[in-house]
Design a protein around this ligand. Sequence first.
Ligand SMILES: [Zn+2]
Length: 378
Amino acid sequence: MTVVETPTLIAPHGGRLVDRTGPRPDGIDRLEQIPLTSRELSDLDMLASGALSPLEGFMGRNDYERVVEEMRLERGLPWSLPVCLAVDRAPQGDEVVLGDAAGRALATLEVDEVFEYDREREAERCFRTTDAAHPGVARLYEQKPVYLAGRVTVFERLEPPFPELALDPLDTRRAFDERGWRRVVGFQTRNPIHRAHEYLTKGALETVDGLLIHPLVGDTKSDDVPAATRVECYRVLVDNYYPADRVVVSAFPAAMRYAGPREAIWHAICRKNYGCSHFIVGRDHAGVGDYYGTYDAQLIFDELAPHELEIEPMFFEHAFFCRVCGQMATPKTCPHGGDDHVFLSGTKVRELLAAGELPPAEFSRPEVAEVLISAYRS
Ligand SMILES: [Zn+2]
């Protein structure tokens, strides 16, 4: 456990920031080594850094059951998604090594228990569907048959894909503290930021001290825009259109689960650990296909008591440029009809960019569009 040195910021989930890093122990070569999937590796790294505080390891049965059924840890604290390690069978011995697919040892796990789980029930409760065409459900169905639970100690961290953006919760907290921020809004995206996202992040920033742009850089579907391209888009956007002393850009190492509403809560809890007091939840946050209603990821927050999460969700509508208003707006703030709005479908934007054409300036900043055009060319 690391004592939080940033008392003016929101407390981590459960009160203390977990630190599950430690030195490489002697004699681990004789222990059984378990290879982790890319999602499990992301979870392991977030356990190490405290991004998943108060979790100290992969979940045991009591936490798992209550999370799946009630969105709470055994102790009652809200928690919306399982963080579990799937294995073939119970390991030999009371300690195992966790490694990557190439066989590199990264961590030890103190074996606490091994338990069976029902994939369909987990899918139905957590993803709201048992359809194997859902990417998160598909990954769940491919998992090994039992869960291995126990506290982890990580002695070798993964190389971050963007080292300059790799800030642990302790690092973002220090960064916010140095800037004198108390209220910080987190923004998560797995897409390039167009004017609509710029508008809502700036709208949120108007009411708080600072903005954390926190793009997800773990595993995503293959048809999402690659992380390297997205990161370059954020760079040019922030450099050109945001005050440098009000924004921190950092990478969120989580893998997408595409669990929609439950993942929105999970994303908010993680951002609380990074020091955010507010979190932007847009329409269809963390959704995929048409599995979730447009506002489901916002409505699910009402299942918790007011302020129970402590981090405050900020709900936003879809934004557009209105030619009559002469500015960015949403259905909340503009009375005009669709003909007056500059709105392009994702398909239309991709067509323009692939043809090397800039979308209208009311839709995309030209610097961002140029990054996307050159990504399409290569
Ligand atoms: Zn208008």
